[in-house]
Design a protein around this ligand. Structure first.
Ligand SMILES: [Zn+2]
Length: 233
């Protein structure tokens, strides 16, 4: 596991805690009904950029429930883990908000987690949706939760490839994370399947990730695999 050796100086705890853990994390997502494209609002589809960052729909905007509890991330982080939600895609702000609310309900009520698992989600409408956000540890990739941002592309990308806009927004979000020192400049990006036994983020999206300049081939786990909540979809 050479990648861990490179991180050793920054995160010596990793070396002593290398434990491969394989969790069956993927259950059936309770999918929410998608909203018809006819409801698309051209104004809502326009991106509203902050400097260097994509538009991020806040928790209050999408109607998030309050978390049961939170745990702070220690930043900057060495990893970004990409997922898919393995459910319906969405193409409008309204339908993506509905999807995100449904995922939060599933993670909190069915999985028993403290909150929606991911730090951020990216919709087919070109927006980012705030999950646990920049500051709180997610529940998305077992032992990587404390050391990574978990970003999930809304949809099922097993054979369907995400649109270029979604991929561009992923880059913008990662650049934003860099600009605010949430991830280290040499961060490693990988797909959820590299951390545990899962098909996430789907073959098509995983193929795209492998072309990313920060993609690294790693497998196995770091940290404490029994550290709090486990992984999600
Ligand atoms: Zn996943």
């Amino acid at each position: 596991m050479p990648i861990f050796a490179t991180m050793g100086s920054l995160y010596p705890v990793f070396a002593s805690l290398l434990v491969f853990a394989s969790f069956a994390c993927h259950g059936s997502l309770v999918e929410t009904e998608d909203v018809s494209i006819s409801e698309a609002d051209p104004v809502a589809l326009q991106k509203k950029y902050a400097v260097g960052c994509p538009r991020i729909i806040s928790r209050s905007e999408w109607g998030a429930r309050s978390p049961k509890s939170t745990s702070n991330l220690v930043t900057p982080l060495p990893y970004a883990v990409v997922h898919h939600t393995d459910g319906s895609s969405c193409s409008t702000e309204a339908s993506c908000m509905s999807q995100v609310r449904g995922i939060q309900n599933y993670h909190m009520d069915s999985n028993g987690w403290d909150d929606i698992g991911y730090n951020f989600l990216i919709g087919g409408d070109g927006n980012v949706y705030e999950g646990r956000g920049w500051n709180y540890k997610g529940a998305h990739a077992s032992s990587y939760n404390s050391y990574s941002l978990g970003i999930s592309m809304i949809g099922r990308f097993t054979s369907l490839t995400p649109g270029q806009e979604m991929l561009d927004v992923l880059d913008e979000l990662l650049d934003c994370a860099l600009s605010r020192d949430t991830i280290i400049p040499g961060y490693s990006l990988f797909g959820h399947r590299q951390a545990t036994s899962t098909t996430c983020p789907g073959d098509a999206l995983y193929t795209k990730l492998q072309q990313h300049k920060h993609y690294v081939y790693i497998s196995g786990s770091v940290g404490n695999p029994l550290d709090g909540e486990q992984c999600s979809l």
